[in-house]
Design a protein around this ligand. Structure first.
Ligand SMILES: CC(C)(COP(=O)(O)OP(=O)(O)OC[C@H]1O[C@@H](n2cnc3c(N)ncnc32)[C@H](O)[C@@H]1OP(=O)(O)O)[C@@H](O)C(=O)NCCC(=O)NCCS
Length: 186
């Protein structure tokens, strides 16, 4: 993980003092609570309230794996000691695939609209662009206008549509595959 993306520091976003740093193994219980809460605050994640699919032990293992791989990144954002947003990038270890990272981002609803998502994304893209990855991709529901606008403003483009990829109580939703390229010169 590069130092430029994971240095702990405080930034002010719309007057909100936010500490952004890499996830630590001890954050695992807080992270599991965060994802379970985010899952209930919109239907845009792939899991609902209380449905996060990792235990605290599994989450701690994920954090450990993330800090051991230079093509992984796990950023956390804190306000007044509370975890308010996360952005995690994972990538394969196989030589033919390790240049492509996929990420997920989740901001607690109370903190939407402060620029936390774009701030985490900019840090992640600086890290990726500086040599960690040559391609970054994501999946987003095709009706998640807020997220799609954000990704497009930062240079992501739509690669394709996965039809009926999500099933909600009232029917199916399509998912867009989006990406940005930083091809290496070698
Ligand atoms: C999507 C999400 C990450 C955005 O993070 P955020 O910190 O709330 O982002 P912000 O609202 O500060 O703004 C990001 C951009 O979103 C867009 N945006 C914000 N509100 C919008 C709206 N109502 N309609 C359309 N676009 C909107 C804008 O492009 C905005 O940038 P700008 O204000 O500089 O023009 C956050 O809302 C979230 O976690 N949602 C639930 C989970 C989720 O959808 N995750 C992404 C799954 S792919």
């Amino acid at each position: 993980m590069s130092s430029s993306a994971d240095d702990s520091n405080v930034v002010f976003l719309n007057g909100l003092g936010v500490t952004i740093r890499a996830a630590l193994e001890g954050d695992a219980p807080e992270l599991v609570r965060h994802f379970n809460a985010c899952g209930g605050e919109s239907t845009f994640l792939s899991f609902g309230s209380g449905e996060y699919y990792r235990t605290e032990v599994e989450e701690a293992e994920r954090i450990q794996a993330s800090s051991a791989e230079n093509n992984h990144l796990y950023l956390t954002a804190w306000v007044g000691g509370a975890l308010v947003a996360t952005l995690a990038v994972w990538a394969p270890t196989r030589a033919r695939l390790r240049h492509v990272g996929e990420f997920g981002v989740a901001v607690r609803k109370e903190f939407w609209g402060h620029g936390l998502g774009p701030e985490l994304l900019r840090r992640m893209l600086d890290w990726a662009r500086s040599g960690a990855l040559q391609k970054v991709s994501l999946k987003v529901r095709s009706d998640n206008t807020r997220a799609i606008e954000m990704y497009q403003q930062l240079g992501f483009v739509v690669e394709g549509t996965l039809r009926n990829e999500i099933k909600l109580n009232d029917g199916y939703r399509d998912v867009l595959l989006m990406s940005i390229l930083f091809p290496s010169t070698t």
